[in-house]
Design a protein around this ligand. Sequence first.
Ligand code: NAD
Length: 431
Amino acid sequence: MDPFADTLQRLREAFDSGCTRPAEFRAAQLKGLSRFLQENKQLLQEALAQDLHKATQLDSAFIRKEPFGLVLVIAPWNYPLNLSLEPLVGALAAGNCVVLKPSEVSKSTEKVLAKVLPRYLDQSCFAVVLGGPQETGQLLEHKFDYIFFTGSPRVGKIVMAAAAKHLTPVTLELGGKNPCYVDDNCDPQTVANRVAFFRYFNSGQTCVAPDYILCSPEMQARLLPALQSAITRFYGEDPQSSPDLGRIISEKNFQRLRGLLSCGHVAIGGQTDESDRYIAPTVLVGVQETEPVMQEEIFGPILPIMNVRSLDEAIEFIRRREKPLALYAFSNSSQVVKRVLAQTSSGGFCGNDGFMHMTVASLPFGGVGASGMGSYHGKFSFDTFSHHRACLLRRPGLEKVYALRYPPHTPRNLRVLLAAMETRSCSCALL
Ligand code: NAD
């Protein structure tokens, strides 16, 4: 018998019901907490005295943002320059020393980063190290003060386990399957243009790309010709000869993606050329949730469409899967977009477009749950790579005032102490 199961289930069900979201609810809970303290002052004082024999001190405080120390940045291959340099900017700006481990898969960028970049930085504080899984494993045995990892959830777990041995804090920027809900109430061509652009950008090898569409069978019938039209306009009749369509990074990924083409039915595209690692911009229909294309992150130019009968069913579908890095909702109704936003969770969200939210420097970028932890970009990068040190400075004098807190706790001293605690909303508390 698990003594915690019922409680945990009850709380999870309450959270899922959405009852903790409204501001009124949260304010009411905080007021309740405040009342608990006020109405049970005596009881709590007695309990604290029995347990700890102590009173609490308060004072003014400030946060000092300090560099962690030696930071390890591990990058993936799909945007090998950006995803190495963007974290590096934050880590250096905050004052850390950095070891950068670029992806060994994007060999040419790895070479430039290793050979050229150190010339531009103080090499006593910065190093690029090279290697694949084995070498990175070895690197991770060392103690770092912070690890910033961008890559797959599988390797993210390896990194986090290694970091745990040294209690090293981590940011994990991971991937996953990003749902894209398309409501019946929208213009199919506009949606098709936007979804196709963001799905086939970098040949689909983008962590925030829309991974699959959720829509009604009726909307699917309207979207298919619109998607075909968008693909032809973007990449021509023969996308293989388009200078604007990328190639699959490796033979291994090419084979994996070719395997996914057998899921459901190919409605658009589906052509492949192994010698060129080319996969045509593809749309799959009639896909089952249990098929591999709906089980793993696609990370290629393949877009499955899953049918749902209603918005409720789409939300339920999204909620029962891992929390994605990004979530997209298309509708002419702002109510629909807001409902998807309110009733789901994801690292980021964009209504009526692709991953534009990621390009806004004033927004944090990062995952939640299985899509990662922590965030960066802009000022958030600086904060991520800084330890927020809680500080208190006290003058050496005024000892007579501070002496009130020392035992023996006479009734008079306690009265003054309690009064000081109650005026703590002023920035400089007495004790
Ligand atoms: P990956 O996890 O295979 O590799 C990432 C890094 O980890 C590389 O530097 C690699 O050398 C290293 N690595 C690989 N195996 C390792 C192991 N066993 N032990 C230690 N280190 C190891 O990821 P990838 O294939 O380079 O990139 C694709 C993944 O990254 C996708 O899942 C994608 O969604 C994700 N991604 C996420 C973001 C984001 O910002 N959230 C951005 C880009 C890519």
